[in-house]
Design a protein around this ligand. Structure first.
Ligand SMILES: NC(=O)c1ccc[n+]([C@@H]2O[C@H](COP(=O)([O-])OP(=O)(O)OC[C@H]3O[C@@H](n4cnc5c(N)ncnc54)[C@H](OP(=O)(O)O)[C@@H]3O)[C@@H](O)[C@H]2O)c1
Length: 222
């Protein structure tokens, strides 16, 4: 698949990019500054010279086109609406994966904020009525994602009001070794999924770890 990542130069974007590219996908890392995205791609390819990662760096608008209908919105949550504001027509018909968590750090804890419409994903869906917004990836630890030598094993909750798009994102996640997409209902679930990230981040800070989510009771990992 071809996948574009808006704000792909950050830790989460980089981590997703290398994991997806290592799984054989072609990934366009988008940025407000195309030169920065190009430099990030060179850095990532240099870090994994034996992996032949299909990564290309470009501006955010170009990454939407290169994504061929599948775009990850990986900016800070406060920047999500501003980032998609000028891209609405380009994103029409596309699957937009919202990974944003509205959190605030308070000492040794993270606390969840309530964004307009209750979740970042719902906020983005309202701004992009012609796109299929899928919420996914909120509990992935960027540092572990970016280390291809790290034996990742994470369940990724996926929710959307567009079932076909959600199914496609589950399949995309399943194509990445160490990730398993788990369909988790409509976009109404995004509020709880996003807010739980505050708990996970607090656990990580308390125990100095990079934990992620694994659900008991599902079928065994393939
Ligand atoms: N970090 C994690 O472990 C993690 C895990 C799960 C989910 N998430 C979510 O994933 C998203 C990205 O996280 P991150 O830690 O990678 O974020 P980040 O580093 O703060 O931002 C990612 C990229 O967004 C762009 N950006 C920053 N400010 C912007 C603005 N005002 N307008 C437009 N673009 C802006 C920057 O790229 P350019 O300057 O190149 O444009 C930046 O490199 C967040 O919504 C976060 O909640 C993060």
């Amino acid at each position: 698949m071809h996948i574009g990542i808006l704000g792909g130069t950050g830790p989460l974007g980089r981590g997703l990019a290398v994991r997806l590219a290592a799984a054989g996908h072609q990934v366009a890392i988008g940025s407000r500054d195309a030169a920065r995205a190009t430099a990030v791609c060179e850095e990532l390819r240099g870090a994994w010279p034996d992996r032949s990662l299909a990564l290309a760096g470009m501006g955010n608008a170009a990454a939407v086109a290169a994504g061929a209908g599948t775009v990850v919105l990986a900016t800070p949550w406060e920047a999500a609406l501003g980032t998609v504001a000028d891209l609405g027509e380009d994103l029409a018909g596309a699957t937009v994966v919202s990974v944003g968590n509205a959190l605030v750090r308070q000492g040794r804890e993270a606390h969840a904020l309530v964004p307009p419409r209750g979740s970042v994903a719902a906020m983005v869906q309202a701004a992009l009525p012609a796109s299929a917004v899928v919420a996914a990836g909120h509990h992935l630890p960027a540092r572990s994602l970016a280390d291809l030598d790290h034996d990742l094993r994470s369940d990724v909750l996926v929710c959307s009001d567009h079932p076909e798009a959600a199914t496609a994102v589950v399949s995309l996640l399943d194509s990445v070794p160490g990730l398993r997409g788990v369909a988790a209902g409509s976009l109404a679930q995004a509020a709880a999924i996003e807010a739980f990230t505050a708990v996970l981040v607090t656990v990580n800070m308390t125990h100095r770890v990079h934990s992620t989510l694994q659900l008991a009771g599902l079928s065994a990992w393939a």
